[in-house]
Design a binder for this molecule. Structure first.
Ligand code: FA5
Length: 364
């Protein structure tokens, strides 16, 4: 026994397959504006089926009404048949609607999005101040005869420490501790480039290398976990400490001004011997202001570490220390930029505050 006539089922299946065919035609052809017309037709047909079968006065509610006079057993059996038919219709409509949505989305992205950008001539981009300072330093050191070479930031312990005479248990490792991962470390200084470059090129050589360094330092006004350094070194027969002083003095005079004085105090780096820290006379207060915010009233600003390359390092690189000698120095780019452009806090470099970045757009 059945409450839904075959004619009715056939009628529904005919209508729904007509809709499916139309959908297939739309999907198989190139999407253009005529597609939207076909989709409108499709939606009309679906609405027609919905109102014919599912609306309050539609076929399904009518069939359910017919059940009221039947016995409970017949109600259960025929009710189940009506429900199955209703579910079939609802599922068909749901599936078709999803496909229509997909096509509509495609049309929207294909035709409605304006991919052009508005050109605003007043919003000219500019270099970041760190890039500007790097460029300035490269220019000065190039004039002093240094070649510029690029370096690696992801290092191994050998190039960052051991080859630089900082063995595993050396206390200096603490202050240069870094971020470790499975196959390497992030370099703590650009001094790794002394090793990398000298593995490839032999003296005579005079090079600078600039790049990012990483340390586990806590963030404050002058320290960051990530910063830039410039490494410079020169190796030849007969290079001595005076060559180092002369070179750095000329750099300082070119970069900070001809009146600037330099001062060297003894220091310690495992890869240089002897080692020194170089300070420059305060070019803001000319050593005349006890309350100067840049030199803190001392008259001097420390800017770099330097020294004569330790013969142990040269030996590690198969360079004969009896024949060759060299000097090396390393400076922090952020610190130099802070001094030169009176930037009070290192965090300003990477906070991406647009007004800060704009301050320097006139320099480049
Ligand atoms: C070094 O890193 C040595 N490799 C420098 C050197 C090279 C000495 C060649 C001798 C020969 P130091 O740890 O002092 O040294 O760092 C050098 C400069 O990097 C500092 O003067 C400072 O300007 C900058 N610097 C160091 N740590 C930080 C930090 N956490 N944040 C910002 N700048 C830093």
């Amino acid at each position: 026994m059945s409450i839904i006539s075959q004619d009715l089922k056939d009628k529904y299946h005919f209508n729904i397959s007509e809709i499916r065919n139309l959908l297939q035609t739309i999907e198989s052809q190139k999407l253009d504006f005529s597609t939207t017309e076909l989709i409108k037709e499709l939606k009309r047909k679906i609405e027609k089926i919905k109102s014919e079968f599912l609306s309050k006065k539609g076929i399904i509610p009518q069939l359910i009404n017919e059940l009221s006079n039947l016995s409970p057993d017949q109600k259960r059996e025929l009710g189940k048949e009506i429900n199955q038919f209703k579910n079939e219709i609802e599922n068909d409509i749901k599936t078709i609607n999803k496909q229509i949505e997909k096509i509509e989305r495609k049309i929207k992205y294909q035709f409605d999005i304006d991919l052009s950008i508005t050109y605003l001539p007043s919003q000219k981009g500019s270099f970041h101040i760190i890039s500007i300072v790097q460029e300035e330093l490269i220019n000065v050191f190039s004039e002093l005869g240094f070649f510029v070479m690029d370096g690696v930031e992801i290092e191994d312990e050998y190039h960052n420490f051991e080859a630089l005479n900082i063995p595993q248990d050396h206390p200096a490792r603490d202050m240069w501790d870094t971020f470790y991962f499975k196959d390497g470390i992030l370099r703590t200084h650009t001094s790794n480039m002394q090793i990398r470059i000298l593995e490839k090129y032999k003296p005579p050589i005079k090079v600078i290398s600039i790049g990012k360094c990483y340390r586990r330092d806590n963030l404050d006004a002058t320290h960051s976990f990530q910063f830039h350094q410039l490494e410079g070194f020169a190796i030849d027969e007969d290079i001595n400490f005076l060559d180092l002083i002369r070179t750095l003095y000329r750099f300082v005079n070119k970069y900070f001004g001809p009146e600037t004085k330099v001062n060297f105090i003894p220091s310690y780096f495992p890869f240089t011997e002897p080692s020194a820290e170089m300070s420059i006379s305060c070019f803001y207060c000319q050593q005349n202001d006890e309350n100067c915010s840049v030199c803190k009233g001392t008259g001097w600003i420390e800017i770099l570490g330097c020294g004569m390359i330790n013969p142990i390092v040269l030996k590690n690189l198969d360079i004969d220390p009896d024949k060759y000698s060299g000097f090396a120095f390393g400076l922090g780019i952020e610190r130099i930029a802070m001094l030169k452009y009176k930037i009070p806090d290192i965090r300003m470099f990477f906070e991406n505050y647009i007004e800060f970045n704009k301050l320097f757009s006139e320099i480049n």
